[in-house]
Ligand binder design. Structure first.
Ligand code: PLP
Length: 394
């Protein structure tokens, strides 16, 4: 959105990425086409040489995709965004664009399971090594730095145990050692946390989660802070091919319009759910970063505007009690993923983080009894009542 005003995030959600349309359409149309006609042979040649501006082929650029990319770039305050087929396509494209053979990457221990897996099982084949650390302790991140460390990659709050790390402190550490700093901001969305304001160079999102917000699209995005890095990223994404398609871009762009409103309700609901759990006699511990008792509270509230929609907890009865809860609770659906309008419940050790293996899970404090919930936008009384009734079975 071209504007002389410094607009609020809720306004940006509604208007960002919306340009002028030749027919006056209020919503960017879906250009559901794989390829674009050239005016003549000279025009085609110029487009390929980069001497003319225009569209060639949808893997390279597409107007519907670009509208959504502009919106997310604006929301995060970055120079440029690249829509990807999934959050994992965004993570893998980021690594492919930045890391070379011989490089080392430091990654939070508590990250999305497949992020651990691609570093350990695939990038390792290309002589790119990874160290996983408890990034909630900046000293441990510092101790892991090697002369060839090229990137530090974190999630905060981390998945699934909600460990919080200090973005600015880790950014300073990365930059003092010639490394880039990348943040997976999926759990917060740009409404709650803006990593570029705290020193990040790159941000990725699984837009499958809050940004789209309706559990009907798999999509991801990379946002780069500096415009001069954009062409190299675009080339990597174009050549490896993990691009988003026009229809999913349209759906994501539609979801963004209500992102600020949804996040407000999600934070309100989650806080009350976390407080109920904290005071419940059957609960051993709860993690939610805006609970005053949470070990991440001070750092989180310094760098983020809300706790988000994910709450992690363990029942005193451990895994067996957790299973009883998952099998008996009403309204909360037993499914992985998060960030949709509907509330979900799942078990990381046997579901989202099964591929990590028990040893790494234990190191990252992802206990076998940990239950992860994603709080939606339903009526809070309904959420609390069904949760209490579910806990009565444990
Ligand atoms: C879901 C998720 C991903 C992966 O995203 P997909 O869209 O499922 O590929 C990455 N990071 C976090 C924090 C996630 O929650």
């Amino acid at each position: 959105m071209k504007s002389d005003y410094d607009m609020g995030m809720d306004t940006l959600c509604v208007h960002s990425g919306i340009g002028e349309d030749e027919f006056g359409a209020v919503i960017p149309p879906i250009y559901q086409t794989s390829t674009f006609k050239f005016k003549n042979s000279e025009h085609g040649e110029k487009l390929f040489k980069g001497e003319a501006d225009g569209y060639i082929y949808t893997r390279m650029r597409n107007p519907t995709v670009e509208a959504m990319e502009k919106s997310v770039a604006e929301l995060e305050g970055g120079a440029y965004a690249l829509g990807c087929a999934s959050g994992m396509a965004a993570v893998s494209t980021l690594f492919l664009a930045v890391l070379k053979a011989g490089d080392h990457i430091i990654c939070s221990e508590a990250v999305y399971g497949p992020t651990t897996s691609i570093l350990n099982n695939y990038f390792s084949n290309f002589n790119i090594s990874a160290t996983f650390v408890d990034s909630s302790d900046t000293e441990k991140v510092k101790a892991a730095i090697k002369p060839n460390t090229k990137m530090i990659f974190v999630e905060t709050p981390g998945n699934p145990n909600l460990a919080v790390c200090d973005l600015q402190a880790i950014a300073d550490l990365a930059h003092a050692n010639g490394a880039k700093f990348a943040v997976d901001n999926t759990f917060m969305s740009p409404i709650l946390q803006k990593p570029f304001l705290h020193g990040a160079d790159y941000i990725i999102h699984s837009m499958t989660k809050f940004i789209n917000g309706h559990a009907d699209v798999v999509a991801g995005i990379i946002i780069v802070k500096n415009a001069d890095e954009a062409p190299a990223f675009r080339k990597t994404l174009n050549h490896f091919g993990g691009v988003i398609d026009p229809f999913n871009s349209f759906l994501v762009h539609r979801g963004i319009k209500t992102l600020a409103l949804r996040m407000e309700r999600v934070c309100e609901n989650s806080q009350k759910v976390a407080e109920l759990l904290e005071n419940h006699p059957k609960i051993a511990w709860v993690r939610y970063p805006t609970l005053k008792s949470d070990p991440g509270y001070a750092v989180h509230t310094k760098q983020a505007k809300g706790g988000g929609g994910v709450v992690a907890f363990e029942l005193k009865g451990g895994l067996e009690a957790g299973k009883k809860l998952m099998d008996n609770i009403k309204l909360w659906q037993l499914a992985v993923s998060l960030g949709g309008v509907e509330s979900l419940i799942q078990h990381p050790a046997t579901m989202t983080h099964a591929s990590m293996g028990k040893a790494l899970r234990e190191q990252a404090q992802i206990t076998d009894g940990l239950v992860r919930i994603s709080v939606g936008i339903e009526n809070i009384e309904d959420l609390l009542k069904t949760l209490e009734d579910g806990l009565a079975h444990c």
